[in-house]
Design a protein. Structure first.
Length: 215
């Protein structure tokens, strides 16, 4: 299979996908280029490149595709991928302007790009931090979360069909009302209420499988 991973960050899932696909598949990483004008993107790009370069025996066949939201969000030629996956990035596709107005247009562009890049019958896998179903998106994305119904609706509007959900990353102890980075593994509050956050555990995540209908 040809698999596109979107925004790999530090490469945690790359460590799983690259060895799995090395001999009988192709892993393409859609990630900001080192030439990005965004300082954060440049820093992440250089760090990620160093990771790939450090273990050519593992990552030597990994290809990269420039992906720099919101400016450029292409995921390769049409009908070129068997699977597109993204892990814990959906809230990053939500934007607010200087007036505080929130838009999901960038999230919609992501789903359209994934739909275009996938072959008919191709799979889109999404893992995302979950917000309570009744929480407004204008509030939830600031916590690093989105309601599951919102993510499904945006994918279906792009043409995808929901083919399955899983509770593999669910955590019922997480009320979904705090910033997800307060919880493990980030524990961004340091020692402040650390025992409390560790007792809750990692954030409650949705795991969704979509399919691009066949021609």
């Amino acid at each position: 299979m040809t698999v596109v991973e979107v925004l790999p960050g530090g490469g945690w899932y790359t460590e799983i996908l690259a060895p799995f696909l090395r001999d009988k598949g192709q892993l393409i990483e859609a990630t900001p280029p080192a030439s990005s004008p965004n300082p954060f993107f440049r820093k992440m790009a250089l760090k990620y490149k160093a990771k790939l370069d450090a273990k050519s025996n593992v990552y030597g066949r990994v290809k990269t595709e420039p992906f720099e939201p919101p400016a450029y969000m292409g995921l390769g030629p049409p009908d070129s991928a068997d699977m597109v996956v993204t892990f814990l990035n959906m809230h990053d596709f939500m934007y607010a302007n200087v007036h505080g107005d929130v838009t999901g247009m960038v999230a919609e562009r992501f789903f359209r790009s994934a739909y275009l890049a996938l072959k008919p019958g191709g799979i889109l896998g999404v893992v995302a931090h979950r917000a309570p179903a009744t929480m407004p998106v204008t509030q939830s994305f600031k916590l690093g979360r989105l309601p599951q119904t919102y993510v499904i609706r945006k994918a279906e509007q792009a043409g995808f069909r929901l083919a399955g959900t899983s509770k593999v990353s669910a955590n019922p102890k997480d009320p979904g009302t705090m910033p997800v980075w307060y919880l493990p593994p980030m524990l961004s509050q340091g020692q402040n209420d650390r025992a409390h956050y560790k007792a809750i555990g990692p954030g409650d995540d949705m795991t969704l499988r979509f399919v691009k209908p066949g021609s």
